[in-house]
Design a protein around this ligand. Structure first.
Ligand code: UD1
Length: 315
């Protein structure tokens, strides 16, 4: 019987958490519906018990949660522009699916649910860094749906006494992130494109900034969140990031060095629903989890470029 369930296990973040747990010899179950997850992401995770299932179906949630102690809920349609194009789809697969997971987890006697929150909850407030005491101010349908999931986590902690922990991720990147969709994260797209000699498109003037967070840091925070003392962490929201930021223009220059790309970027209109700057205050996760970033931005980018260079992102 699996001790851990990972939803979105064929996605970039889910498969990375699964790999870390399996490396520790843990028993892991994964579930994915392959809307954005990839079968190729399951390679190397053969010891994981895998269920193909859709979390919008309560019966699939029940199957996934049976006998499990801790759930890492990573499944989502993780894209701001995708949510602008299809707000109902994002709501269904982010908000409704999260409620279904919580209901099934409670029925199955799951002890703790760790949730992939999103920094988009903060919206476009000028205050930097963003800290958890700030009032949420979601702009995009994606941000609203992910924030609804956070509130359900907190409600289940308060009302039913379930242990729930929200990690608010800031722009996660690294190996296994899908570079092929129009909705892909910017670094995956830029790495793959620039390695192929294609000029990247920068939406806006490129001076927008992000707290880009390498995947190992996110995995680290999740493993800590699974074991931290419930009296300290249950019902809490914690930023999961590095506490530093870079602009897209700076990122482009670093990527030129790492990939050997010699062209110029194409500048295009700013994207609807985008925020300008994003930077996390990570003190709460430091205090409550003992979290600190393990890999900085440049080192993470170097490892990511290496991974795409080996052609690993092609399917
Ligand atoms: C947002 C959320 C993040 C969430 C992610 C899911 C914020 C701060 N972050 O990230 O929590 O997990 O959505 O997708 O809201 N860009 C280009 N060229 C491209 C692609 C993107 O210039 O080809 C720009 C975008 O316009 C944006 C930046 O790069 O300004 C980052 O975009 P993206 O990687 O899609 O992530 P966010 O929307 O910041």
């Amino acid at each position: 019987m699996a001790k851990y369930l990972i939803t979105g296990a064929a996605g970039f973040i889910g498969r990375s958490i699964a790999a870390a747990l399996l490396a520790r010899g843990e028993s892991v179950r994964g579930v994915d519906n392959f809307i954005t997850g990839k079968r190729a992401n399951l390679i190397g995770l053969e010891k994981m018990e895998f269920l193909e299932g859709d979390l919008t179906r309560p019966e699939d949630c029940a199957r996934a949660c049976a006998g499990v102690e801790v759930v890492f809920h990573e499944a989502a349609l993780a894209s701001v522009p995708r949510s602008v194009a299809d707000p109902a789809g994002t709501h269904l697969h982010c908000a409704t699916a999260t409620l279904n997971v919580l209901i099934a987890a409670r029925q199955a006697g799951v002890r703790r649910v760790v949730y992939a929150g999103s920094s988009s909850a903060y919206g476009d407030t000028p205050t930097l860094p963003k800290h958890e005491e700030m009032l949420p101010n979601p702009i995009s349908p994606y941000a609203v749906a992910k924030l609804a999931g956070e509130h359900y986590m907190q409600a289940f902690a308060r009302v039913y006494g379930m242990e729930t922990v929200v990690l608010r991720y800031f722009n996660v990147f690294g190996p296994h992130q899908d570079p092929t969709s129009q909705y892909s994260g910017v670094l995956a797209k830029f790495c793959r494109g620039m390695l192929a000699g294609e000029p990247p498109t920068i939406f806006g003037d490129g001076e927008q900034s992000r707290d880009f967070t390498y995947i190992d840091n996110v995995v680290h925070a999740n493993l800590l969140a699974a074991v931290a003392d419930a009296s300290r962490v249950s019902g809490q929201v914690m930023n999961t990031a590095t506490g530093s930021r870079v602009t897209l223009n700076q990122t482009f220059r670093i990527l030129c060095e790492l990939t050997g790309f010699q062209g110029k970027p194409v500048y295009a209109e700013p994207r609807a629903g985008d925020i300008r700057d994003s930077l996390a205050d990570i003190h709460r996760a430091e205090r409550l989890l003992g979290y600190g970033p393990l890999v900085n931005f440049e080192e993470g980018l170097k490892r990511t470029v290496e991974w795409y260079r080996q052609g690993s992102g092609e399917e």
